[in-house]
Design a protein around this ligand. Structure first.
Ligand code: ZN
Length: 352
């Protein structure tokens, strides 16, 4: 994928393109940001833009379909890969001799042997490319000795070589490695960007993408993982939480609701799954507010639940839906900050 085709991250892709054009791209880059948002795709696109045999200049990006012209911030890329030449093709297929990618193995670490092998290959000038690009995915999985063996190369990269490391947790890298890299922070995508990527790059239908995108917390990876799980069960859990806490439930009943929320009959629900249930709960509370405000039924995000939500709307009248929404939001923040799932569920069941 070319830089101009990357979904989201417009400021960063423009920055990279400008730096390539001016020949000022730092030789050691660290792409940091949440999982599944496209850091690796941008790293590969950068390798293509650096090595393309027929680069395209001053590429004006077309507004995505459905975007109002006035809200579209034009992204002018001074240079980008053509996406068609021999170099672009080889990089896309992962067989370009000068673009070396290191990824963690199934045991989820990158061993020192791999790094030694890599370093022996960077001792020469690029064979056929203009630049040698070393891409290291999930660089935090580099074993400490492997990180140490990279230090010298990061400090003084061999001529013509650019290192791009990607990571979800920059803090897990040795400080000596971090300090030698220029860090670019990648943010989460908007729900509509996730939806665009699901349809364009992952063959989902518009309808599937519309359901998954708002639940994916700005991550294409999470949206894809979600399509494999049973969304219906998660939706039932969210509805159940609201039903069990809607009346004058006593503390005992509320704690039971919390237990149902985290413990799915047999196995404990993990953090990400719980977060999806909470996002579904938030979207139902928004629907309840809309129903109470007499809003048009077409704005309801969960039309298949209109009956249940209308019943709940009576219990969540006045400010209650809004304050419950605030509680769900705080619970999601606590989950992101690694609070225990049980603690979060219990707190929420009492607050809602
Ligand atoms: Zn090309």
């Amino acid at each position: 994928m070319r830089l101009s085709e990357v979904v989201g991250h417009k400021r960063l892709t423009a920055l990279i393109s400008r730096a390539i054009d001016r020949d000022t791209l730092p030789p050691t880059l660290l792409f940091a940001g949440p999982a599944g948002i496209g850091k690796w795709v941008v790293a590969q696109a950068t390798a293509q833009a650096l090595n393309c045999l027929e680069p395209v200049r001053n590429l004006r990006e077309e507004p995505p379909s459905g975007t109002a012209a006035r809200t579209f911030v034009e992204n002018l890329l001074p240079i980008d890969a053509c996406g068609k030449c021999r170099a672009c093709d080889r990089i896309a297929r992962g067989v370009h001799v000068d673009v070396i990618a290191l990824e963690p193995d199934e045991r989820t670490s990158i061993k020192i042997d791999l790094v030694r092998d890599l370093l022996s290959r960077t001792g020469y000038r690029p064979f056929e490319g203009k630049r040698r690009v070393v891409l290291i995915r999930e660089a935090d999985t580099l074993e400490p000795e492997a990180q140490n063996s990279l230090l010298k190369s990061l400090e003084e990269p061999p001529p013509g070589t650019i290192f791009i490391l990607t990571t979800v947790i920059p803090g897990a890298l040795l400080p000596t490695v971090r300090s030698r890299c220029m860090r670019l922070r990648f943010g989460r995508l908007t729900a509509s960007e996730v939806s665009t990527a699901l349809v364009r790059d992952h063959g989902q239908s518009e309808a599937e993408a519309r359901v998954a995108a708002p639940l994916a917390d700005g991550s294409i990876g999470q949206a894809l993982a979600l399509s494999d799980t049973d969304l219906t069960a998660l939706r039932d859990s969210a509805l159940e939480l609201l039903q069990q806490t809607s009346g004058r439930a006593d503390t005992q009943a509320r704690l039971q609701a919390a237990t149902n929320l985290v413990g799915q009959k047999t196995k404990e629900r993990d953090r990400e799954e719980l977060a999806v249930v909470l996002r579904l709960t938030a979207s139902m509370l928004r629907d309840i507010e809309a129903i109470n405000a007499g809003a048009d039924r077409r704005v309801i995000a969960n039309p298949q639940l209109t009956g249940d939500l209308s019943t709940l709307a009576r219990a969540f009248s006045g400010d209650r839906a809004r304050s419950a929404f605030g509680a769900v939001d705080r619970a999601l923040t606590a989950l992101e900050r690694n609070a225990g799932t049980k603690v979060v569920a219990e707190w929420l069941a009492v607050q809602i």
